[in-house]
Write a protein that binds this ligand. Structure first.
Ligand code: ADP
Length: 262
């Protein structure tokens, strides 16, 4: 509870934290302006070969700036969720092309979807964004290649790390995204959900991905768990509330314990 209080205070502080973003955005604009200037000179010199390259550079910088503002907009609009019963397996299957394009050939992808899952109650578009964020982080952590495992599963709330009380009685739909990448030491794990925390080079990371994922999942009544080890990899688990109201009938529990709880 303390961690999530700290997190919500952080989320509120985001409104004031414009300096870093403005800095990144300014760098991208500087790239566009510089390229335009070079283009003008190349036109004067009738050097159309280099002109093409500067146009590409301008276009890349402009696209980065556009992506940054898109993410900022999504971040500021994060309150307006439209949660509805969503078939998570179908949603992940519909993302197959997107995921394939996001990862590169050196990464081997395994998707394991548990059959007969209840629907999760969640905003499907925001969830797609969240999953894509996790996939892109996994890819970035595996520049030398590796394995990416995506799985779904119905679990008891009691298996959600840190969950206590009534919530621990409810079932949750778990979406796991695990990579065999560079992993993280404890002092980085502590900070990954902080807005604007990034270890990526300037212009490559906004540090908003995981704080958006965290904020969105918590607002949806779900939970996020992370486990990571340097050089071994990272596993991110999203737990979402489902349309199933009954506590989970754990198949590995002895019959007496099962009836005793009912
Ligand atoms: P960004 O990707 O823009 O840096 P995120 O909030 O998505 O922002 O991630 C914050 C930081 O958390 C990353 O810069 C990286 O250091 C770390 N991180 C996130 N996911 C992973 C992962 N799968 N493996 C290793 N490090 C990760």
């Amino acid at each position: 509870a303390e961690a999530s209080l700290r997190q919500s205070q952080k989320m509120e502080a985001v409104g004031q934290l414009t300096g870093g973003i403005a800095h990144d955005f300014n760098n991208m604009l500087t790239g566009v302006i510089g390229s335009l200037d070079l283009m003008k000179r190349r036109i004067a010199a009738q050097d159309y070969d280099k002109l093409g390259r500067y146009m590409d550079a301008a276009s890349t910088s402009a696209s980065r700036a556009a992506a940054l503002t898109q993410r900022l907009l999504a971040f500021s609009r994060r309150q307006s969720l439209d949660p509805k019963p969503t078939n998570i397996n179908a949603l992940i299957e519909s993302m197959a092309d997107l995921i394939d394009r996001a990862v590169n050939e050196s990464i081997s992808l395994t998707v394991r979807l548990a059959p007969d899952l209840p629907a999760a109650i969640v905003d499907p578009h925001q969830l797609e964004n969240a999953i894509l964020n996790l996939v892109i982080n996994a890819r970035d952590a595996m520049s030398q290649g590796g394995t990416l495992d995506i799985e779904t599963e119905l679990v008891a709330g009691s298996s959600v790390p840190g969950l206590e009380g009534e919530d621990a009685q409810s079932p949750f739909l778990k979406i796991g995204v695990a990579d065999s990448g560079i992993g993280m030491p404890a002092e980085i794990i502590e900070k990954v959900f902080d807005p604007f925390f990034t270890t990526k080079p300037l212009g490559h990371g906004t540090g908003l991905g995981l704080s958006m994922v965290y904020g969105f999942i918590r607002q949806s009544g779900g939970h996020v768990a992370i486990s990571s080890e340097p050089d071994r990899g990272t596993k991110m688990d999203l737990y979402l509330p489902t349309t199933q109201q009954q506590p989970l009938d754990l198949t590995d529990a002895p019959p007496a314990a099962r009836s005793g709880r009912g």
